[in-house]
Write a protein that binds this ligand. Structure first.
Ligand code: PRP
Length: 214
């Protein structure tokens, strides 16, 4: 009989990683190996009970949907953009930010053409938002430094996450509309939740309690 693999976590690299590890630690998951400087892509706790992979945020839903990871921590922005067939189990309440439309405050004057041009890393979110409003837009996909869009004249506005607002401020841009509020979410593979219910549910209950106490 083949041995069951370790319960696997897919954690988003970057701004959410530190808080995700902290919450897992508070739930009694040994995260010491995750804090070591290493180029290894697959890590284990000391008892080899859990397996961890750190991946680009946009890839977390893919690993979870495909079932090679059971539990993930990722931003709501990524979940909305990727729209994968996975369970969103908990709002982890950290990584709070907003999905916004931003641009120059004198928006009307600067737009001289009929179709609004929008730069974004979140093309699906932007498309859905403007489709719901019945506004025709030309969406330009960028992978970072989206604020450059209006500054350099590539687009009129941007759809992007705003956390402190410092990037907008430093570049002379302002929030024009708020699309939705965002934070980190705990996600689970649909099959894993059924087949590994007895391992996953107690862990989720613990995580929910830690989040509540914060
Ligand atoms: C994000 C986002 C904004 C900025 C918002 O970019 O795309 O540019 O953070 O944060 P703030 O409101 O606290 O300034 P990120 O730092 O992930 O880098 P990127 O531009 O390379 O995507």
């Amino acid at each position: 009989m083949t041995e069951k693999r370790q319960l696997t976590f897919a954690l988003a690299k970057g701004r959410l990683a530190e808080n995700a590890v902290e919450i897992l630690e508070q739930c009694g998951v040994d995260c010491a190996p995750l804090k070591e400087q290493t180029r290894k892509l697959v890590l284990f706790d000391a008892d080899r009970k859990y397996r961890f992979i750190f991946v680009k945020p946009a890839d977390v839903p893919t690993y979870i949907e495909r079932g090679v990871a059971d539990i993930g921590v990722v931003g709501k922005d990524t979940l909305l953009e990727e729209s994968k067939d996975i369970y969103e189990m908990l709002d982890l309440k950290f990584g709070a930010c907003r999905m916004c439309v931003a641009g120059f405050s004198s928006k009307e004057e600067s737009i001289t053409h009929s179709t609004l041009r929008v730069a974004s890393k979140y093309v699906h979110i932007a498309k859905d938002y403007y489709a719901a409003k019945g506004i025709d837009v030309d969406i330009v996909k960028l992978t970072g430094s989206v604020e450059l869009g209006p500054i350099i004249g590539l687009t009129d506005i941007i759809v992007d996450i705003v956390e402190s607002g410092k990037t907008l401020e430093a570049n002379g841009l302002v929030v024009l509309e708020e699309i939705c509020k965002l934070s980190a979410r705990l996600v689970v593979n649909k099959v894993s939740l059924k087949t590994r219910h007895r391992e996953i549910m107690p862990l989720i209950d613990k995580i929910a309690k830690v989040v509540e106490m914060k």
